[in-house]
Design a binder for this molecule. Structure first.
Ligand code: MRU
Length: 351
């Protein structure tokens, strides 16, 4: 486990505490949440971000909603929780972990919905805690599995932040890097800064530095030149949603890295839990891509560098086609092309 705690649930006080990722790395501040509206706002404004982390936060958001209800009608409680689930589901569209976690919670509500309200609330809390604990376990599992793909003395490139901060703990892509580092296999990590919100520079570098994993920060437009110089052995990234055919939606710019990796014969691998795989989407084309506020591109931290009123386009994610992906590492094993059968097989291997 990493010591970084982006999400903490306090069962006694019924408070959700989130590490405010918008302030990192200059300030490490925690905010307490007691209602689902504030949790939805925290998800949209990136206080908590990263696919598995927003799933966990949304699950606890529903627990908070259920505890807000002080009446005795289980029907009213259910309606209350369903309203909160709708609100939370709208907070970010691309990462499927958000709706996956909410659907799991609503499944519990459906099963327990006719019981007395206290029992429903307890069952919802237990499910959110289970989602959280399972995420930590699956990240650790996929970290160890993925480390098997890392050669000795590897120089690994990563993009965005798919670390402890983006999950309940440990991370997906950074989980692979953490595990490989423990095995003594990592010579260097190239951290791409990840415009426009700088998850690489602010968050990934901060995480790796805390654990003394050797890393170097580069701008996103240095990727091609590093690869052509032969300085990158492997790329490992996370994902927000993976379609049934293996197309991968991840932070905007991931596709560019994958194309360059292909050109330079650098293996490009994706680490993600099964909760990120959406078999209901046949290809990446039907994955909704979030558009974020223009201010993220025209400036940063209150400083504007584009002329006032500049027209901005800010899609937060892109889709890397499956044929550029060498392997998808999950907690249940590694999938390779053809993904339409290998991804399905991973789901059935747990039955
Ligand atoms: O906009 P963000 O910061 O939520 O985007 C996060 C990413 O794209 C991550 O790479 C992805 O969620 C994987 S996190 C384990």
């Amino acid at each position: 486990m990493s010591e970084i705690r982006p999400i903490t649930w306090n069962s006694r006080s019924r408070i959700l505490t989130l590490l405010d990722q918008t302030l990192l790395p200059s300030r490490e501040e925690y905010i307490d949440y007691a209602d689902p509206e504030a949790v939805a706002e925290a998800i949209s404004t990136l206080v908590v971000r990263g696919a598995p982390a927003i799933g966990c936060a949304a699950a606890f958001g529903l627990v908070l909603a259920s505890y807000q209800y002080s009446g005795t009608s289980s029907k009213e409680l259910s309606a209350w929780v369903i309203d909160a689930a709708d609100l939370l589901a709208d907070s970010r569209p691309t990462a499927v972990n958000l709706t996956w976690a909410l659907e799991r919670m609503l499944g519990v509500l459906e099963k327990t919905g006719s019981e007395e309200t206290g029992r429903i609330q307890n069952a919802l809390e237990a499910e959110a805690v289970a989602i959280f604990n399972e995420d930590i376990a699956s990240c650790a599992g996929m970290g160890d599995i993925g480390a098997g793909l890392v050669s000795d003395n590897a120089r690994i490139m990563t993009y965005c932040n798919a670390g402890a901060l983006a999950t309940a703990g440990y991370g997906t892509a950074l989980g692979v890097i953490r595990s490989a580092h423990k095995m003594g296999k990592v010579r260097a990590v190239w951290v791409c800064e990840t415009r426009p919100v700088l998850q690489g520079a602010r968050l990934t570098y901060w995480e790796l530095m805390k654990e003394d994993i050797p890393c170097t920060l580069v701008t996103d437009n240095m990727v091609g030149s590093l690869m052509s110089a032969g300085d990158v052995d492997l790329v490992v990234v996370g994902a927000d949603r993976i379609a049934a055919n293996g197309d991968v939606a991840n932070k905007i710019g991931t596709y560019t890295v994958a194309v360059l990796a292909e050109r330079h014969n650098v293996p490009f691998i994706v680490a993600a839990p099964l909760s990120t795989i959406d078999l209901s989407k046949a290809t990446g084309e039907s994955i909704p891509i979030e558009e974020r506020p223009p201010g993220e591109i025209s400036g940063y931290g209150g400083v504007d560098w584009a002329p006032k009123g500049a027209k901005v386009y800010n899609p937060a994610f892109d889709v890397t086609p499956a044929d550029l992906v060498h392997a998808i590492v999950t907690e249940r094993g590694i999938a390779q092309a053809p993904y339409s059968s290998s991804l399905k097989a991973l789901f059935s291997s747990g039955d």
